[in-house]
Design a protein around this ligand. Structure first.
Ligand code: TYD
Ligand code: MG
Length: 417
């Protein structure tokens, strides 16, 4: 066929009733498409899926929730917590894909949730549910059903901390959309992002809070993330990170242990451990701080994964703050990438980040020299790590040779180590 002869079909997405999900999915779930909702166990996938089904029903559509993992009574209990017991919300306790497809034909729902793809199995194929072949075959059949029955199909998939266990990764090319649901089970913040999306961009981040009545849209994520922060504590620095296009203030914490008997152990939660090694090398060799043999523990609070090199300077300040037992001023944020010579490099979209800094009520920002002015925030533009340490009152014990400040600019030196 000539490409122009192909019939044009436009299928508007089904709005989800959540501003945050609509943001990530570019308007909602698309009919005749398959979406994979992937995340670690306990993160809230079943909750989100059931809420989506309940919202579809509220909008006058019919939804089928297939539970292959939990007993129907358990799903019902969750539904009553979520106020999702109304109308045309159908529940099916079934593990056999053939039987699920039979019910789909029978009910003709506009939304089908399968929870989870690892626990359903195709009878015509060998292998136990959850095996690579079974997961693939089940997903293929359900994807086919989505297309022929014009339904929006949502597959729930479990992934483990290290990426995947029998499935979701290999499923990615079989589905139209992959949503990744992340967060720390011990913190209420949940992050939803589109890893793949055939119907829109993938740069949006959705933010939710898990409360007693399910997942709710978050208006002030920075506030939620910083709620547990002890302002003025050693080793704590607030960093304006950028996730996709969304700015978010996150607390970077560090704990440094020095002295006889310590081994150079390092741990980085939510931060890049390779990058931590580079920063310690810069602090140790360029600024001559006693970190090379120290135990260094770092984390991004709230279960957020920071994939943003702009965190370098904040992490370096957190490490020095812990090492020197000196807090940073509570109203100050820090942002910048660090080069191997201890120079501070610019980061992308500083204007967006600083706008969020101002909105959240911080008054001072230590930033790369290229930062644009932002009303309400005093900018301290720095060219080197050492200048940043001086600006935050952390001043290195021996200012770096490479980055020694001009005479008179130095402050009393700390006796780190
Ligand atoms: P769940 O959706 O079962 O996670 P998953 O399907 O990803 O394994 O929910 C996980 C946790 O969420 C569960 O431990 C309890 C909590 N939760 C709430 O805090 N509020 C609620 O309204 C619901 C339904 C669950
Ligand atoms: Mg579940």
């Amino acid at each position: 066929m000539r490409i122009a002869e192909v019939a044009e079909v436009t299928r508007p997405p089904l709005p989800t009733g959540s501003r945050e999900i609509d943001r990530v999915t570019n308007g909602g779930l698309t009919p005749a498409s398959v979406t994979l909702l992937a995340g670690e166990p306990g993160i809230g996938k079943s909750t989100l899926a059931l809420q989506l089904a309940a919202e579809a029903v509220r909008q006058g559509r019919r939804a089928l929730y297939v539970s292959a993992e939990e007993a129907p009574a358990q799903v019902r209990a969750r539904a009553s917590r979520l106020d999702a017991l109304g109308g045309e919300l159908w529940l099916l306790g079934e593990r056999r894909v053939e039987a699920i497809l039979g019910e789909v034909d029978h009910l003709r729902p506009e939304l089908v949730v399968v929870d989870s793809i690892q626990t359903v199995g195709v009878e015509a194929v060998s292998g136990v549910p959850g095996s690579v072949t079974q997961v693939r075959e089940a997903a293929l059949l359900l994807a086919e059903a989505a297309r022929t029955r014009e339904a929006a199909v949502l597959l729930v998939g479990h992934v483990t901390k290290d990426g995947s266990l029998a499935g979701p990764r290999q499923l990615e090319h079989l589905v139209d959309t992959v949503l990744s649901f992340e967060g720390d089970r011990h913190h209420a913040l949940r992050l939803l992002r589109a890893v793949k999306h055939r119907f829109g961009p993938t740069s949006e981040l959705g933010l939710f809070e898990m409360v007693g009545g399910g997942l709710v849209d978050v208006d002030d994520a920075s506030g939620l993330l910083l709620a547990d922060r002890r302002a003025g504590a050693d080793g704590s620095v607030v960093f304006p990170m950028l996730d996709g296009r969304r700015p978010l203030l996150v607390e970077i914490q560090s704990l440094v242990v020095t002295g006889p008997g310590t081994t150079p152990r390092r741990s980085a939660e939510g931060l890049d451990s390779g990058r931590l090694g580079v920063l310690l090398a810069v602090l140790g060799r360029v600024l001559e701080l006693p970190v090379l043999n120290a135990e260094v523990y770092c984390l991004a609070a709230g279960g957020v994964a920071v994939n943003d090199q702009g965190v370098d300077l904040a992490l370096a300040c957190a490490i020095v703050s812990s090492l020197a037992s000196r807090p940073l001023p509570a109203d100050t944020v820090v942002c910048g990438e660090i080069g191997l010579g201890g120079e501070v490099r610019t980061v992308k979209q500083l204007d967006r980040r600083l706008a969020e800094v101002a909105r959240a009520g911080f008054r001072r920002a230590v930033v790369p020299s290229t930062a644009p002015d932002v009303p309400g925030v005093e900018l301290v533009r720095v060219r080197t790590v050492n200048e940043a340490l001086l600006a935050t009152g952390l001043a290195g014990s021996r200012p770096a040779r490479a980055a020694r400040p001009p005479a008179g600019e130095g402050r009393p030196k700390i006796a780190a180590g």
